[in-house]
Design a protein around this ligand. Structure first.
Ligand code: MG
Ligand code: MG
Length: 258
């Protein structure tokens, strides 16, 4: 099911998007060797509260997770380091020189959610890590460009796959992009791979969190003992970028751009 948003609803989502963008922009300035994941979580919590928002992630428990024994998600952000892909729990772990950290933030304002993520280098990182981050960000930007009315879902996945595989990396398939709005995950999921011109038609008012997760090695994943953190099966690096995007009559609007 696809829920199309009215201009008023989009205006509210824009407010949520600004909160998320402000947090990620702050992270870009404060992430350095020695800072802990829980300190980053606190920064996000404070900004969300000061902007009358609500964390989308805190206490989140998706359908099916309870049966697997997972507790509600304890953080305001997801923080995933190196081989961790997504859903990392913010802990007292200190970031160190050479790490790459994926920081994923969701916030709602007046009942509407926005969702965005970045990967940041901690100090000086390897050339491979730099290249992986560059390519993953390019995957996101190229897929946003085709999020236009008249195109189809497959165009988004195809753009991501083309850029990632063209650089010799792999696309995570066990986790997807998704609809976003009144719920953090609303209505549909959307693979980050695909065939151009296939799948559901994109229409003005559609809002989607596009989030390529790109790996250096295998696309396969595993879940760590905390029942939340998803990491690469082979222990190699992964990167993740995400924006909440609205399909319009004209150019796509990125609701989480700072
Ligand atoms: Mg996210
Ligand atoms: Mg998301």
């Amino acid at each position: 099911m696809i829920v199309l948003k009215t201009p008023t609803e989009l205006a509210t989502m824009r407010r949520a998007g600004r909160i998320v963008a402000e947090i990620l922009e702050t992270f870009g300035r404060v992430v350095k060797p020695g800072i802990t994941l829980i300190e980053l979580d606190k920064i996000a919590e404070d900004i969300i509260a000061s902007r009358d928002g609500v964390s989308s992630f805190k206490n989140y428990l998706p359908d099916g997770a309870r049966e697997h024994g997972a507790p509600p998600f304890p953080g305001t952000i997801c923080s995933s380091v190196n081989d961790e892909i997504v859903h990392g729990i913010p802990t007292s772990r200190k970031l160190k020189e050479g790490d790459i950290v994926k920081l994923d933030v969701g916030a709602s304002y007046n009942g509407y959610h926005a969702d965005s993520a970045i990967t940041l280098p901690v100090g000086k990182v390897s050339r491979q890590a730099t290249e992986l981050m560059r390519v993953t960000q390019l995957c996101l930007e190229e897929s946003i460009k085709v999020a236009r009315a008249g195109n189809r879902f497959g165009d988004i996945g195809a753009a991501i796959q083309r850029v990632a595989e063209g650089a010799g990396f792999s696309v995570v398939q066990e986790y997807s992009s998704h609809g976003v709005g009144r719920k953090l995950h609303e209505g549909f999921s959307l693979l980050n791979t695909g065939t151009a011109d296939m799948g559901m038609l994109l229409r003005p008012g559609l809002t989607v969190a596009i989030e390529p997760m790109i790996n250096v090695g295998t696309y396969l994943t595993k879940i760590k003992n905390d029942l939340w953190t998803v990491s690469t099966k082979d222990g190699k690096l992964s990167a993740h970028f995400e924006h909440t995007v609205a399909v319009t009559d004209g150019d796509p609007e990125v609701l989480t751009r700072f």
